[in-house]
Design a protein around this ligand. Structure first.
Ligand code: 2HG
Ligand code: ZN
Length: 485
């Protein structure tokens, strides 16, 4: 049903308005536009209404009304999706359900180290709540100031600390969600052990809103490290970056909290386009590594470890130059060079993102082979790979050649993604490591996840959402889904 086809949408909106109350429903284009534009501005959409329920019961009531009317729902948190997973298409027939007003911290237990939290709390606010109780919520992603817990879980976000703490999935003990029949699955348990049938919470985590809408969760917290050490290192080659990683791991397998790779091209864009960004090294290098070590002890052993490994690496040439943060402010400014990569690439023009993963040992091959293949495909293209080397997840992003028409570059996005994809596949990798599939990449699913795997996914979708109204066309290729009403 489209927003203009008959009076059904008008009647639905009147019912939703009654359920949501003042401030709960937005219909004016000037109010809804921000909810229809994805962070990358790749695919501007339209919606007849944005629903802003304030609690789980109101989410369930909205779902029941929309499903009864056969209207598709697009759940949205902080709207930071990189794969157009949380904004409506341009049919003007998809209703946006924003979780932003479900923003309460329900409970925090420092002894159990659990945090019960609603979907609309930002990741940063959740981290701060944990820190105030001397605990750590170890999930850390560049968009944490805006990204909300519901979206973080719906996409099984990974980020910088996966190497030590795992992805979002590993941190979830319990989930509360509204299912497509309007029922509320109350799985907000906070148990470390709970083998009672299928782990539905794990099915919902990473399902990108196609099976249920997460309204709250219980997260496992960790003890807060007493010491952190951060260094930025210049390296000549991706192989040297991997070698350095291996040395830290061999020296102390538990100490590495983040091990991030940055290409010279990517960091140059940050230095050129992000005000205030400066390189604290004497000269620019072909590649860089940002390493963060953490320890539960307060003594000087962590600093000793960092200095020993870097000292030897500088001596034998594995590392060309390095700087160690001497204060919290310096730690943050080193991290900023890494965190601003997405913003800098956005400012540099059109770019095509490949959020890929390979076994850690094959990251250098990935970087070399994909760089070569893309440079052959489009002369002048700027490969700017960066990301989570320590867990094998590289953002193999390609920035348009200077001066090229951005639309002409983006028109070749599938060609570019498939070129990188061929390399990733040869290295036993995945085409989507942490950003999900969204509306941008379902076309890749038959090729990468076809056969029994995709067939099982379709049966699961059919069982949960037989009318295909929860985030349709995301994750699974639309043409393979049962037709809507
Ligand atoms: C990051 O690691 C995010 O900073 C964004 O996953 C990556 O912009 C990107 O491609
Ligand atoms: Zn990332």
């Amino acid at each position: 049903m489209s927003g203009t086809d008959d009076g059904r949408m008008t009647a639905l909106i009147a019912k939703l308005d009654a359920v949501l109350g003042p401030g709960g429903l937005l219909t004016a284009r000037s109010d809804t536009d921000a909810y229809c534009t994805d962070w990358r501005n790749l695919s501007p959409g339209r919606t007849p209404a944005v629903l802003r329920p304030a609690d789980t019961d109101a989410v369930a009531a909205c779902v029941r009304l929309c499903v009864e009317a056969g209207v598709p729902l697009v759940p949205q948190g902080g709207n930071t999706s990189m794969v157009v997973g949380a904004t409506p298409d341009n049919s003007d027939g998809e209703v946006v359900l924003s979780l932003s007003r479900l923003n309460r911290i329900r409970s925090l237990d420092p002894l159990d180290m659990t945090l019960a939290i609603e979907a609309g709390v930002t990741l940063k606010a959740a981290q701060d709540a944990a820190a105030a109780a001397d605990c750590l919520l170890p999930l850390s992603i560049s968009s944490e100031g805006s990204a909300q817990i519901g979206g973080v879980l719906a996409t099984n976000a990974g980020g910088n600390n996966t190497i030590r703490y795992g992805n979002a999935r590993e941190l979830v003990l319990g989930v509360e969600a509204v299912l497509p029949d309007g029922s509320v699955f109350n799985g907000l348990r906070r148990l470390r052990k709970d083998n009672t049938g299928y782990a539905l919470r794990q099915l919902l985590v990473g399902s990108e809103g196609t099976l249920g809408i997460i309204t709250a969760a219980v997260l496992q917290l960790s003890p807060r490290p007493r010491q952190l050490e951060v260094a930025l290192c210049a390296v000549e080659t991706p192989e040297a970056a991997l070698e350095l990683f291996g040395r830290f791991r061999r020296e102390d397998p538990t100490a590495v909290q983040a091990f991030e790779f940055m290409s010279g091209t990517g960091l140059d864009l940050v230095l050129a386009l992000i005000p205030g960004a400066t390189l604290p090294l004497e000269q620019r290098a072909p590649h860089y590594v940002l390493v963060e070590l953490a320890s539960g002890r307060r003594d000087g052993t962590l600093r000793g470890l960092l200095e020993d490994v870097l000292g030897a690496a500088l001596e034998d040439g594995t590392v060309g130059d390095a700087v160690i943060a001497e204060s919290e402010a310096q730690r943050q400014s080193l991290w900023r060079l890494r965190e601003e990569h997405s913003e800098a690439q956005k400012r540099a023009g059109a770019s095509v993102k490949n959020d890929v993963s390979v076994p850690v040992s094959r990251v250098p091959e990935l970087i070399r082979l994909a760089t070569g293949a893309c440079e052959t495909l489009i002369p002048g293209i700027r490969p700017a790979p960066f990301g989570h080397l320590g867990d094998g997840n590289i953002h193999f992003n390609l920035v348009q050649p200077p001066g090229m028409d951005p639309a002409a570059f983006l028109a070749r996005d599938h060609e570019i993604m498939d070129t990188v994809g061929a390399v990733v596949r040869a290295l036993d990798g995945s085409f989507s490591a942490e950003h999900g599939v969204g509306r941008l990449k379902p076309y890749m699913m038959p090729d990468w996840r076809g056969g029994a795997e995709l067939a099982a996914m379709r049966r699961i979708k059919q069982a949960f959402d037989p009318r295909n109204l929860f985030n349709p066309g995301r994750v699974l290729p639309a043409e393979d889904m049962p037709a809507g009403p």
